[in-house]
Design a protein around this ligand. Structure first.
Ligand SMILES: [Cu+2]
Length: 462
């Protein structure tokens, strides 16, 4: 048995539901529930009273059947962020309304060639998304498959880290945002990892480790470093890179994921996973300066306990590897586009609705199709942020590749589904509309901005 010698709070693993024989069937209930955040009692909204919601672990080709019940006092629904599945019917349908007290069965099949990686599920009921996610509603989706079979990855112990900020009143209720935060994106001062404050994880000397990172916050952008350790980016938004890329920090906007490899090559001790100051364009409006905060610690141990699977592992076991993989999975080159479109993200007055977060001059309207594309075609999308703050752009159903930012070609070809555009930045994306016809959405993933209209409807025509 491993000795628990945690520097502070021992990390606990989120609960998992794993598909069996091609089927994942689960009851999922959105409900109010009470949790401990550090020494604080918090009245949150969660899935199945768990924080984060249960990890749904899937394989390509699986059928997924979720018996969903809404026990909240307001309407909600689910979005399966990162999954390439139908956006219609009982699939990843962002237009559904599931009223309080009602149930809905989500059912869909993953394609047999679905890439392996990290996604997540969360509410997508327009107008309530920021409030519901900020109150705790979010759960991880793990797709097993090709990426996990890379020998060095397979040998690396993994940790899933769901990053999420909370803001509480003195009596433990989720704090209503100030008018400033409601407008520009609510943030909280309690920074949690898997629902814990500063949990302690284990590292084994001489061992390659795999960190799966998800920013499940409403508006907070994390800039992450691990003290004295190099980080190697291996996957972005649930899709493998062609090879690991050494990075000094990882910036994750809401909705973004990253798989990071870490070599356990430092002296014994505890090392901090830090949230570094990051100005998304609102720092001047804040009363307090941006600060560095400790999100979690990583402590070297003689015996490694995989807090994800709960298994104790002898560190001397020869199957473990300290080598960084030279190659991961190839990233295909998309063919030339049939069309190029521009999307301008801005703040302003939409004369019909009065909303102030707009795309191409318009605030979201469910009854209006903003963009029509042909299924099976490739397009280039130029996203222009005309605003003085960051806006992370998210497209449902299909991943894209970033070709260029501010006119500079991208150094690495990578799949993304959410891309943070800094103030006044421009990015050129290439996307293929594959497999699934129907309507879905693209939007800013600062969820207060989405709720205030920074979203458009896309129709993928068969
Ligand atoms: Cu935004």
């Amino acid at each position: 048995m491993a000795l628990s010698r945690c520097a502070r709070q021992c990390a606990t693993a989120p609960q998992r539901v794993i598909s069996q024989d091609g089927l994942l069937e689960v009851d999922l209930t959105a409900m109010p529930s009470v949790h401990r955040l550090g020494h604080r009692r918090a009245q949150l909204m969660t899935y199945n009273a768990q924080l984060p919601g249960p990890v749904l672990e899937l394989q390509p080709g699986d059928t997924v059947r979720i018996h969903f019940t809404n026990r909240l006092a307001q309407p909600t629904n689910l979005h399966f962020h990162g999954l390439h599945i139908p956006p219609t019917g009982t699939g990843d349908n962002p237009f559904l309304e599931i009223p309080p007290g009602e149930a809905w069965t989500y059912e869909f099949q993953l394609p047999a060639n679905h890439p392996a990686g990290l996604g997540w599920y969360h509410p997508h009921y327009h107008g309530r998304v920021a409030e519901q996610v900020f109150a705790g509603l979010a759960g991880p989706l793990i797709l097993r498959g090709d990426f996990d079979a890379i020998p060095e990855i397979q040998a690396a112990p993994e940790q899933l880290l769901v990053l999420k900020d909370f803001g509480l009143t003195r009596n433990g209720q989720v704090a209503d945002p100030s008018p400033l935060f409601r407008r520009w994106g609510r943030e909280g001062d309690l920074l949690t990892v898997n629902g814990q404050l500063r949990p302690d994880y284990r590292l084994t000397a001489g061992q390659l480790h795999r960190l799966r990172l998800l920013n499940a916050s409403t508006s907070k952008i994390f800039r992450l470093t691990l003290s004295e350790h190099s980080l190697y980016l291996a996957a972005t938004d649930g899709r493998s890179l062609a090879a690991p890329v050494a990075v000094s920090e990882v910036v994750l906007a809401p909705g973004e994921r990253a798989e990071v490899l870490v070599l356990g090559d430092r002296a014994p001790g505890s090392y901090a996973l830090l949230s570094q100051p990051y100005d998304r364009g609102i720092a001047k409006m804040l009363s307090e300066p941006l600060e560095t905060a400790v999100l979690a610690t990583f402590t070297y141990a003689d015996t490694y306990t995989d807090t994800y699977t709960g298994a104790d592992t002898d560190a001397a076991q020869p199957a473990r590897s300290s080598a960084l993989p030279k190659r991961l999975l190839p990233v295909e080159s998309l063919p030339d586009p049939v069309a190029t479109r521009e999307f301008i993200l801005d703040h302003g007055i939409d004369h019909s609705s009065g909303a102030q977060f707009i795309i191409n001059g318009k605030a979201y309207d469910h009854s209006r199709v903003d963009t029509q594309v042909k299924l099976g075609t490739v397009e280039d999308w130029v996203i222009v942020n005309r605003a003085s703050m960051d806006h992370p752009f998210h497209l449902h159903t299909n991943h894209f590749q970033v070709l260029a930012r501010n006119g500079e070609p991208a150094a690495v070809r990578a799949w993304k589904d959410t891309l943070n555009l800094r103030a006044y930045e421009t990015a050129k994306l290439r996307v293929r509309f594959a497999d699934y016809p129907g309507e879905t959405v693209y939007h800013c993933h600062i969820l207060d901005h989405e709720d205030q209209g920074m979203m458009g409807v896309i129709e993928m025509q068969a």
